[in-house]
Design a protein around this ligand. Structure first.
Ligand SMILES: Nc1nc2c(c(=O)[nH]1)N[C@H]1C(S)=C(S)[C@@H](COP(=O)(O)OP(=O)(O)OC[C@H]3O[C@@H](n4cnc5c(N)ncnc54)[C@H](O)[C@@H]3O)O[C@H]1N2
Ligand code: MOO
Length: 416
């Protein structure tokens, strides 16, 4: 049986980065950059006021109590103006009039004289004012031409804010991996409005995978269920090929039963098997193969937690490679619940996490780890990963952890 690290190495060797394509920034949420973005403008693009108040020239500090005539008014959106000395009324975000280089907030001034329409004519400073005060200078946030976002960056709201601010309409992104999901088993009912007859179950793997794949940045082409025959499975794989799938994720029929036809069906299609059965729990019977002229097939065992572990620790790294994102950095936590993992197997355990008073992350492995149980999965914060050589793990041991779903962060809530 192959170890996890070797299995991943074989997968990554066949999961090349997908080609780049152009994408409108308004549709780019969750997409991954295929090329760096350089800013076509500086941010801010012009010197502007940080406060509503008065702009003045202060090459030497202006004293508190000094009086100044107000020569004009500048609002956000007004173009550059010559100041011709004196003070200018100015609004937050307004371009600084030429030759003025400091702003005093309106509440730090006294209005000495105004016109009948309220236009200020003369003010007195309550505070000293020096050059640069309350002025945001052009280019301090982003210099013109600066590289602001790297290849491999996932575009989230913060990055979309920056792209909007620098006036970028389109970006070069990696094409999303096209994934087809196939469920196997004549016991499966896809329509939740349909009543179950004896022996049937509702298919939960398909909806789970569709959601988890989308969160991880994939485009789910289709999600179908086939019965327990090699023929319908092979037909579904041919449809995946025709649809241009990069990856097929199937569930079930990959273990030792008489109806576990996946290994055979793949062999008959001339697939190159990368591995079958990984030294791990849950999900041991996992199989990966490449079909001639694609796609990569990842056949996960059907048991729900075998699917969840397969998605999080096999499919997600493959998607990251296809998206050009490299390895996910593994965070760590203090283990609170002692564990006696079986030697030689990698264990993927559902756990809750909490921060202690010193801000350290602690993990509590949940007591119900049987792979058929779905309810504890909904109550978990993430995974504890114990490697093949972990041995007995006492409380206090530092262990590797992962967020529950690829594409989400670890939750950071305190103990209660
Ligand atoms: N003799 C042995 N039996 C089993 C072994 C073994 O080594 N020797 N391994 C066990 C392990 S571990 C797992 S995991 C399962 C995996 O079996 P299969 O991949 O062949 O999966 P199925 O038998 O098709 O299904 C397993 C289980 O999951 C349910 N299932 C399947 N598809 C779905 C779906 N879409 N939604 C919800 N639930 C699904 C299915 O009804 C079964 O209960 O094999 C063990 N057996
Ligand atoms: O490892 Mo299987 O996933 O026990 O049920």
């Amino acid at each position: 049986m192959i170890r996890y690290g070797d299995a991943i190495a074989r997968l990554l060797a066949v999961a090349a980065r997908l080609p780049a394509e152009r994408c409108a920034v308004r549709d780019a949420q969750g997409r991954v950059l295929a090329a760096p973005v350089c800013s076509p403008i500086a941010l801010p693009s012009f010197d502007h006021a940080a406060m509503d108040g008065y702009a003045l020239a202060a090459p030497e500090p202006l004293e508190a109590g000094s009086e100044h005539a107000v020569h004009g008014s500048q609002a956000a959106g007004d173009a550059a103006r010559r100041a011709d000395g004196g003070a200018w009324e100015i609004m937050t975000g307004a371009r600084m009039p030429d030759d003025l280089d400091a702003v005093i907030a309106v509440e730090r001034t006294e209005l000495l004289e105004s016109a009948p329409d309220g236009t200020p004519l003369r003010i007195r400073l309550r505070d000293e004012l020096s050059e640069g005060q309350n002025v945001r200078h052009a280019g301090v946030d982003v210099a013109h031409g600066a590289a602001v976002l790297d290849t491999g960056t996932s575009l989230q709201p913060a990055q979309l804010m920056l792209l909007a601010a620098i006036g970028v309409a389109e970006v070069e992104v990696v094409r999303r991996p096209r994934v087809m999901v196939i469920g196997t088993g004549k016991e499966l009912v896809v329509d939740p409005r349909q009543s179950l007859v004896d022996g049937q179950i509702y298919s939960s793997n398909g909806p789970y995978l569709a959601a988890a794949l989308a969160l991880a940045g994939a485009q789910v082409l289709s999600c179908e269920v086939v019965d327990d025959t090699a023929i319908t499975y092979a037909d579904a794989l041919r449809r995946a090929q025709q649809a241009g799938a990069d990856l097929v994720v199937s569930t079930g029929a990959v273990s030792m039963g008489r109806y576990d036809f996946v290994p055979d069906a793949l062999r008959r299609l001339g697939a190159n098997e990368l591995f079958h059965k990984v030294a791990m729990r849950p999900g041991k019977p996992l199989l990966a193969a490449t079909l001639p002229e694609g796609p990569l097939v990842m056949a996960l065992p059907g048991t729900p937690m075998a699917v969840a572990a397969g998605m999080r620790f096999f499919v997600a790294p493959v998607l990251r490679a296809m998206l050009g994102q490299g390895d996910e950095p593994p965070p760590h936590a203090v283990l609170d619940t002692p564990q006696q993992p079986k030697a030689g197997l990698r264990h993927f355990l559902r756990a809750t996490f909490a921060l202690d008073a010193d801000g350290r992350l602690h993990a509590r492995v949940m007591s119900q780890q049987q792979p058929f149980r779905i309810l504890p999965f909904t109550q978990a914060d993430g995974w504890v990963v114990l490697d093949e050589d972990a041995g007995d793990c006492a409380a206090g041991r530092i262990v590797q952890v992962a967020s529950l779903d690829a594409g989400t962060a670890l939750p950071l809530h305190p103990f209660h």
